[in-house]
Design a protein around this ligand. Structure first.
Ligand code: HEM
Length: 512
């Protein structure tokens, strides 16, 4: 019989001592309970059963997109005065609000490398005095598609092929080029900004049009911008390949290390504002996420600064379980008729109820820092008091938790025939102008990179799809069209012919 080690009295209460899942001491954590030194393991080793069972359930589903990401805490400080536009307490002068940000790539799974050519997600949670405000944006001011119906397809096209399980540039470019509204975003993704050097070295955008309303209940439309104070820095394809071979977690490591070294990254927070009247007369649909509002027409108004200054203590608890939801706005900030935004208002909460559970808002990183009185009861993993004995219904005669009509949004006049509108039929819709403006803005070296990155990315794709993309480039700017035609070794005469066709004709001419 082996001799039992003697426990010192103080060890019996030490927090360093191993217990089982309900606090009882564990005698042995390395040797299974067997009938003899060569005998089989007994079911009676209940601690072993518990360890195996827990291990089997340690994984939760990854986010369907934006699966690979990193987060940090910080604060938003309001240095400007936008009280004429919004009553939101979080946006009032000199207000400081704690926040948590999660940055991500989009297409790669949880184990993907950080330095991939992709757009980057920038999800922000502000723990305001009026409840949580989540802003779930990207490092680009526009998006690939503009209708909720297209979102699942976009992601299936950039993720893995159903037959091979491989990433497929063919599926990727086929889908993109069948959606001409993706052109501007396609151009940004293929430009030098397609692989930021780090999360710290990129701008962030709310991308959608949101609304703000002030204390007099007057509404304006608004776009959110966050400009990096670290300066923009990007990686070339070659630099990224070299980096990935040494470090697949380069973005996460950079963010963590800089915060640990007290080199806190900062972004200048600004807004663009458009009145309801201006929106009615705007030459493009101001609620179309594939369009920008030009800064010369709608200048940036400085609002404040975001600083990230604290790393999470536990990656799973705080980053993996973080849940951001564009539906979470606070009084003074609202939605807009943006079709894509409207679809997102359902998508996130639904995903999180599946990914983390119905009570995910009770997880500390997601919890509001103000009282929550929502009458939601029960459900899996309800670990707080579940509102105790307070009434579970409303209205009730106890006067519990009544609605707050003083925060009602101003009415919005919406009219028009119910119809499935196709924006490509709208004569004001120009999918190529902004992408062309970007091309014209780029210096020669940046243009060369854009063309070269495109050629690298599209090399394995069939010729019909290459022609479709080249025709779009031609529509944006003939120089862009010619440069891409040359890099992809296509016939420029044919590209120019294709560029004269309508979208439907172009698609018909470039089917396989
Ligand atoms: C109809 C369009 C869209 C739908 C249905 C949609 C849906 C989703 C879903 C279900 C997730 C995973 C959420 C989770 O599991 O916690 C997600 C993540 C994300 N989405 Fe979207 N999305 C849409 C468009 C967009 C757009 C336009 C942007 C940026 C402007 C965006 C930015 C993000 C970001 C940054 C994340 C990661 C959030 C995090 O870090 O946890 N999405 N999206």
């Amino acid at each position: 019989m082996p001799k039992l080690p003697e426990l010192q009295p103080q060890e019996k209460v030490s927090t360093h001592l191993l217990t089982n899942e309900v606090g009882a001491p564990v005698a042995n954590n390395e040797n299974a309970l067997t009938t003899s030194s060569r005998g089989p393991t007994l079911m009676q080793d209940v601690w072993l059963m518990e360890k195996m069972a827990h291990f089997n359930r340690e994984i939760i589903p990854e986010r369907r997109m934006h699966a690979k990401g990193w987060g940090a805490y910080g604060k938003l400080t309001i240095t400007g005065d936008v009280s004429q536009y919004t009553r939101a307490a979080v946006l009032q002068p000199n207000t400081e609000t704690e926040c948590f940000l999660r940055f991500s790539t989009v297409a790669g799974e949880r184990g993907a490398a950080d330095a991939e050519r992709d757009i980057r997600g920038c999800a922000m949670k502000f723990y305001t005095s009026e409840g949580n405000w989540d802003m779930v944006g990207n490092n680009t001011p526009v998006f690939f598609v503009r209708d909720g119906h297209d979102f699942a397809d976009l992601n299936r096209a950039v993720k893995r092929d159903p037959r091979t399980g491989l990433r497929s540039p063919q599926n990727n470019w086929d889908f993109w080029t069948l959606k001409p509204e993706s052109f501007h975003q396609r151009t940004i993704t293929m430009s030098d900004r397609g692989i930021p050097k780090s999360f710290r070295n990129m701008d962030m955008f709310g991308s959608h049009t949101y609304s703000l309303y002030n204390a007099q209940n007057e509404r304006v439309w608004c776009k959110f911008h966050f400009k990096t104070q670290q300066g923009i820095a990007n990686l070339t394809d070659d630099a990224a390949f070299a980096l990935i071979s040494k470090d697949r977690e380069s973005h996460g490591r950079d963010l963590f290390d800089s915060i640990e070294a007290c080199d806190f990254p900062r972004w200048t927070f600004s807004i663009q504002v458009m009145t309801e009247e201006q929106a009615r007369n705007h030459y493009e649909n101001p609620f179309d996420i594939t369009k920008i509002w030009r800064h010369a027409e709608y200048p940036l108004i400085e609002v404040g600064v975001i600083e990230l200054n604290k790393n999470p203590e536990n990656f799973f608890a705080e980053v993996e379980q973080a849940a951001f939801n564009p539906a979470h706005v606070v009084p003074g900030i609202g939605f807009s008729p943006d079709k894509m935004l409207q679809s997102r208002l359902f998508g996130y909460g639904d995903a999180q109820r599946y990914r983390i559970g119905v009570n995910h808002n009770l997880i500390p990183v997601n919890m509001a820092k103000v009282p929550v009185n929502d009458y939601h009861r029960d459900g899996a993993m309800r670990t707080d008091g579940n509102f105790g004995r307070t009434p579970a219904y409303t209205p009730n005669s106890g006067g519990f938790w009544t609605a707050q009509p003083q925060v009602t949004e101003p009415p919005l006049d919406l009219q028009g025939a119910m119809w499935r509108y196709e924006p490509n039929d709208d004569p004001t819709d120009d999918n190529f102008r902004a992408g062309g403006d970007l091309w014209r803005l780029l210096l020669p070296a940046a243009r060369e990179l854009l063309v070269c990155n495109t050629a690298n990315h599209i090399v394995l794709v069939t010729e019909n799809v290459k022609y479709r993309h080249a025709a779009h480039c031609q529509l944006a700017d003939p120089e862009y069209g010619e440069a891409i035609t040359e890099a992809l070794k296509l016939d420029y005469k044919k590209v120019k012919q294709l560029a004269k066709l309508s979208n439907m004709q172009l698609i018909a001419e470039t089917l396989c």
